[in-house]
Design a protein around this ligand. Sequence first.
Ligand SMILES: Nc1ncnc2c1ncn2[C@@H]1O[C@H](COP(=O)(O)OP(=O)(O)O)[C@@H](O)[C@H]1O
Ligand SMILES: Cc1ncc(C[n+]2csc(CCOP(=O)(O)OP(=O)(O)O)c2C)c(N)n1
Ligand SMILES: [Mg+2]
Ligand SMILES: [Mg+2]
Ligand SMILES: [Mg+2]
Length: 294
Amino acid sequence: MLVGPGDDAAVLRAPDGRVVVTTDLLIEGRHFRRDWSSGYDIGRKAAAQNLADVAAMGAVPTGIVVGLGAPADTGLDWLDALTDGFRDECAEAGASVVGGDMSRSDIVVLGVTAFGDLGGRAPVTRSGARPGDVVAVTGRLGHAAAGLALLEAGRADDPGGPWRPALVDAHRRPRPPYRRGPEAAGLGATAMIDVSDGLVQDLGHIAEASRVAIAIDPAALPVPGSLAEAAAELGADPLEWVLTGGDDHALAATFPREVRLPSGWTIIGEVAEGEGVQVAGRRVSQGGWDHFRL
Ligand SMILES: Nc1ncnc2c1ncn2[C@@H]1O[C@H](COP(=O)(O)OP(=O)(O)O)[C@@H](O)[C@H]1O
Ligand SMILES: Cc1ncc(C[n+]2csc(CCOP(=O)(O)OP(=O)(O)O)c2C)c(N)n1
Ligand SMILES: [Mg+2]
Ligand SMILES: [Mg+2]
Ligand SMILES: [Mg+2]
């Protein structure tokens, strides 16, 4: 064991190198609803959630195995679509489905395990952030939360606004920036995490593991017009989606200040001595999704 429990993935020593491995469970009703997402969407999302954890170690995803429980009356078309979703999302990340298992169950349950290759680089853990580093993100933030809010409000299919289907689609199919993980490792990232539970909560994991404080400048956070439009319609705060929304699987990383970040990365804050996450100078408690509150 080179990296054990507590990070986005573990790293194991193998006779001919190292292997990155991670697993996540997706439960109908908690992580997806079959009346909100197609089988294809659910396959893509279940793969993405795991492949993003591999990328967050700075590794390239190689393969996944899928455990599936489904009710006896699940249609073959639905299962075919699920399989297609797994295949296509893996292809997106450069990986493939290499096995699995299935059984009958009262609801749909997916247990996915993903593997990755570090390509000779050191893994980027949650624990390496140092005071003086900058904090940067790449990928979408708050989009899936906005899409979920539209679905919950029954406004997903209302007419008007190209932003509406785009945000609902973000809930159904996250698009993690897989290649940015190894890129960050190559640039010398000191810590990294994928944002599954919300930016504040997930940066909190880096702060805790690294024994540092993280300060975010909310003015630096990307709040696109689509989020503002949806928030205006629902009477919500788009910044809250960006700060606490999960499911987009953006990557958040810390870098030594002198690193020149390629376009696509946005610097949103800095690492300091201390503990916890501050937004605009105020310490915020853990907003976001955690397993036991769901
Ligand atoms: N039941 C468990 N037993 C052992 N380790 C666990 C368990 N649940 C989560 N972990 C570990 O805790 C860490 C964080 O898990 P999780 O919150 O699911 O992270 P992520 O959001 O990256 O999927 C991971 O290293 C994971 O392996
Ligand atoms: C039907 C439905 N309700 C709510 C959500 C939002 N949601 C559920 S779990 C979760 C956080 C991620 O899930 P978790 O099990 O914590 O995954 P991990 O952090 O291990 O990747 C979010 C944002 C959703 N995706 N679908
Ligand atoms: Mg993760
Ligand atoms: Mg997990
Ligand atoms: Mg989580």
